[in-house]
Design a protein around this ligand. Structure first.
Ligand code: ATP
Ligand code: MG
Length: 453
């Protein structure tokens, strides 16, 4: 503790004769996590791992390859990609100046910009298009509430270098498959097209005219956005604005033949695959880089934070980031919202529990137990060794509390004979004493033929 800290901690006395009081320990204040940032404790952590394993397999089946980018990026990356006049850039970014080298940095609020930056920087598309995915924490300074945190996780997939509409549709098929494999029902797909920039310009013109005609009905945010980025007005979450937004000119009505053909091709694949969707002309997404296809998967099971997954096409982003023109599309889903939904539907994935808890007592038993544990792990089993000593009864209690399926018991008698005693902790069946060499096979056999609990 340096002097200043010591002062703050209220260390009494100061000077030559601090005496008694200086010795009295000051109980340090317990520290807490930053608001809106969650600890994921072991029980939940295991559920996260189980979900991630499902997700890894799901993405691999579509040929998506994993990549990871830094949590910190130059602030300009997000300003340039997400757009200056968006909620994220205007009010949600954790930005700071790294005083050590005067760099403006930001904790990533999303990962599409980083993925594109990395693809350009490493010439990832040198040999052609790439399908990639990522998973990791994102940071947004929002008001924490259910389903809305300041650090949250996203799983995202990006198809880089494909002009679509086939990959747009594939991205949606992928999501539909994930919901079905996770056992989630009632996820509805909202679909829209943002057309190309000329079409958006024509719509923008009509939209500005319309909004100017209703200037008195606009909230402060929308009045400002009317000047800077009128499409963002349609993105307003303010309930008082919804009537006006409903009545505003629809971008869909400004699409030309090519954009319509793209949109219809996506719809045709969805129809063929039997995936229901609703066209939502108000869906504009909260980031500026999208064009053509945009979508959100929404549920009514999560209260106000009902959007689980969002995405679309962003053909202009590579160029905007200084790369070669490269068509691309992708999505990101919020892991906390997904897990919340799964919890509500009682569909949390099963987590791996330990196969055995090693109970051992006696000097020779303690030594033999180390060998037994290693040998069972060689066979692929998950074994928790009792640490420290303790009475048999207490060790058995710990074994039970650990969640392990069975106890592997070793006393000096077993150790002398090279045996272990295996006891099912979760079902009625007689315990068995077998040579250590046969223990893994017995445990495996019990796993395949579970006794009645
Ligand atoms: P919202 O409208 O709920 O603010 P968004 O449009 O800002 O969402 P995206 O940027 O599209 O969200 O991110 C994709 C997904 O990431 C969202 O659908 C959601 O599941 C999740 N997500 C976004 N922000 C948060 C947050 N603050 N906390 C938890 N999950 C989030
Ligand atoms: Mg948001």
């Amino acid at each position: 503790m340096d002097e200043m800290e010591a002062d703050k901690a209220g260390k009494p006395g100061n000077g030559s004769n601090a005496g008694e009081s200086a010795k009295r320990p000051v109980k340090p204040e317990a520290l807490r996590a930053v608001r809106g940032m969650n600890d994921i404790l072991p029980e939940e952590g295991e559920t996260w791992l189980a979900l991630e394993a499902i997700v890894r397999d799901w993405l691999a089946r579509y040929g998506y390859r994993h990549m990871r980018t830094p949590l910190l990026e130059h602030t300009s990356l997000f300003r340039r990609s997400i757009g200056e006049v968006t909620d994220i850039v205007e009010k949600e970014m954790y930005s700071f100046v790294d005083a050590l080298n005067d760099e403006h940095l930001t904790l990533r609020p999303e990962a599409t910009a980083s993925t594109v930056r990395a693809s350009i920087e490493h010439n990832l598309l040198y040999n052609g298009a790439q399908r990639v995915w990522y998973c990791g924490p994102m940071f947004r300074h929002e008001k924490p509430q259910r389903g809305r945190y300041r650090q949250f996780y996203q799983i995202g997939a990006e198809a880089l270098g494909h002009p679509g509409p086939d990959v747009d549709a594939e991205l949606l098929l992928m999501c539909a498959r994930l919901w079905s494999e996770l056992g989630l029902q009632g996820m509805s797909l909202h679909l829209n097209s943002l057309g190309n920039s000329a079409e958006r310009a024509a719509h923008r013109h009509a939209l500005v005219e319309f909004l100017r005609g209703h200037a008195s009905a606009l909230d402060t945010d929308s009045q400002r956005r009317l000047q800077t980025n009128p499409l963002r007005v349609l993105d307003s979450k303010n309930p008082a604005m919804q009537g006006l937004i409903e009545a505003a000119p629809r971008l869909l009505d400004y699409l030309g033949n090519e954009s319509l053909a793209h949109f219809n091709a996506v719809r045709r694949v969805l129809d063929d695959a039997g995936i229901a969707y609703q066209i939502n002309p108000r869906l504009v997404r909260g980031l500026d880089y999208y064009n053509l296809t945009v979508f959100e998967w929404v549920t009514d099971q999560l209260g106000a934070q009902g959007t689980v997954c969002g995405g679309g096409r962003y053909d202009g982003l590579f160029e905007q980031m200084g790369g070669k023109p490269t068509p691309a599309a992708g999505f990101a889903m919020g892991v906390e919202r997904l897990l919340d939904l799964m919890r509500g539907a009682s569909r949390l994935p099963a987590v791996r529990v330990a196969d055995g808890y090693l109970v051992h007592m006696g000097e020779r038993a303690d030594r033999f137990a180390v060998r037994a544990g290693e040998q069972l792990r060689d066979a692929g089993l998950a074994i928790i060794s009792h640490a420290g000593s303790g009475r048999f009864r207490d060790q058995m209690k710990k074994a039970d509390a650990s969640g392990a399926r069975l106890a592997v018991i070793i006393g000096d008698d077993e150790a002398d004979a090279g045996n272990v005693t295996v006891k099912d902790l979760r079902a009625e069946r007689p315990q068995q004493t077998v040579p250590l060499t046969q223990a893994a096979a017995l445990i495996e056999a019990w796993r395949m033929q579970p006794a009645q609990p």
